[in-house]
Design a protein around this ligand. Structure first.
Ligand code: GDP
Length: 139
């Protein structure tokens, strides 16, 4: 299933630091079309559900706490080769290893507070997009 769509969140650190506009600018200038967009927040329960795949990892409790610590921006993005191209645009999970000019290199504070989420597969992009958006909220 190739959808040419990916899902992203601007995480609480980047929202709190005033980077929403700059990050959306990077995303649209890189050729991604915004299909859906929402300013919202995750409860601890919802953050736990979203990151359930990491529930056995040592950092899970911290991650859930961080992701529910403040508002986020959720979005569905469209572009040819969206999953891979967006992962390239955001850079490595650990911002100290992210290439120069990537969103995490520019805006992330730490491996946890790393500014943005990007789906790792078409299947997960679909699941994650549906976690936040109904069919009536996609354009
Ligand atoms: P991603 O696909 O690049 O977001 O990375 P992962 O799917 O491996 O991890 C999901 C999220 O968990 C990351 O974006 C970070 O916010 C957080 N995370 C990953 N590794 C670590 C870690 O070693 N320590 C902490 N505290 N958080 C981590």
């Amino acid at each position: 299933m190739k959808t040419n769509r990916t899902f992203t969140m601007i995480k609480p650190d980047a929202v709190a630091n005033g980077h929403i506009g700059a990050i959306l600018d990077h995303i649209t200038k890189a050729g991604f079309k915004i299909v859906a967009l929402k300013y919202t927040a995750l409860s601890a329960q919802k953050a736990g559900e979203f990151y359930a795949v990491h529930s056995e990892r040592g950092f899970y409790a911290d991650l859930v706490n961080f992701m529910s610590s403040g508002p986020i921006v959720a979005a569905i993005l469209e572009k040819d080769n969206a999953i891979a191209d967006f992962r390239t645009l955001i850079g490595a999970t650990d911002p100290t290893k992210a290439d120069a000019g990537t969103i995490r290199n520019l805006f992330a504070k730490s491996i946890e507070a790393n500014a943005v989420h990007g789906s790792d597969s078409d299947e997960n992009a679909d699941i994650e997009g549906s976690f936040f958006f109904s069919a009536f909220e996609r354009f």
